[in-house]
Design a protein around this ligand. Structure first.
Ligand code: OOG
Ligand code: MG
Length: 262
């Protein structure tokens, strides 16, 4: 660790203001090149603490960079996690105002909703399936607070893994009777197919991504509480969106989730 408590607090305020004002900033490792992963998660947890102090509820977590497509797109190679705040969530068929965001992109994901707590170390995909109430298709809207969406791992972790909004919907499925590796997804923008993929792109099985989250959280003595919603990480690369765009995710056997950017 290289950052003092004061530096962590200042960086959290800086990055949270960039989010709340929808204004891009330069990546924080330009000024703090010695920051490590622990420092970065400390900044992320300080952003989370600031929001909770204002009455925001944390409703779940997300994994990021769990697929080859995303790692290649972003030029980084390790899965990361972030938190989901209550105001990130949008109802299916809803609208998103792009003026509240910097340079949003959409990603096809699988959401897990837990019915019992999940903790590590040693958490595996089978335990995730046992603790999962249901899964549903999700579209994550990511919005890096960094200029040109360019960052390194430490910077993006501090920036809550680019979390910004998400939609769930479609058809809920029971984890026990679903082969979670073979869910085919089609991501469309304005009626055109932009990305296709299969859920095994996420670490072989999206349940493995949730187990990885539980194991990473154990390093901070944290667990995934029952009733959490967890995004597994994008199956495909992310696609940019702007005002006027309509986006639909179709997931095999799970219906579709649509939204409009205004
Ligand atoms: C980091 C967040 C990645 C995913 O699903 O892989 C992510 C980014 O690409 O900005 O949410
Ligand atoms: Mg994502």
């Amino acid at each position: 660790m290289s950052l003092s408590k004061e530096q962590i607090a200042a960086l959290a305020e800086h990055l949270e203001n960039a989010e709340l004002n929808a204004s891009a900033v330069k990546k924080i490792t330009d000024d703090y090149p010695d920051m490590d992963f622990r420092d970065a998660y400390n900044v992320q947890y300080e952003i989370r603490r600031r929001k909770e102090a204002r009455g925001t509820r944390i409703i779940g977590m997300k994994m990021g960079l769990t697929s080859r497509a995303k790692m290649e797109q972003m030029g980084v190679d390790t899965p990361i996690y972030g938190f989901l705040a209550d105001y990130f969530e949008r109802a299916e068929s809803g609208e998103i105002s792009v003026k509240d965001l910097i340079h949003p992109k959409v990603e096809a994901e699988i959401a897990f909703v837990t019915k019992s707590p999940l903790g590590g170390p040693g958490c595996n995909a089978a335990q995730v399936i046992a603790a999962t109430d249901f899964i549903m298709p999700a579209v994550e809207v990511i919005d890096s607070r960094y200029e040109n969406f360019r960052f390194d791992l430490v910077s993006v972790i501090a920036d809550n893994a680019s979390s910004s909004r998400f939609f769930t919907g479609g058809q809920v499925l029971a984890p026990m009777s679903t082969d979670m590796r073979t869910i085919g997804v089609v991501l469309e923008k304005n009626g055109q197919v932009m990305e296709v993929g299969a859920s095994a792109a996420v670490l072989g099985n999206p349940a493995t991504a949730i187990a990885m989250l539980a194991n990473q959280l154990a390093e901070r003595d944290e667990k995934i509480p029952a009733g959490s919603i967890i995004l597994s990480g994008a199956i495909t690369a992310a696609i940019p969106v702007e005002a006027g765009d309509n986006v639909t995710l179709r997931a095999h056997g799970m219906g579709s989730v649509s939204m409009r950017f205004v």
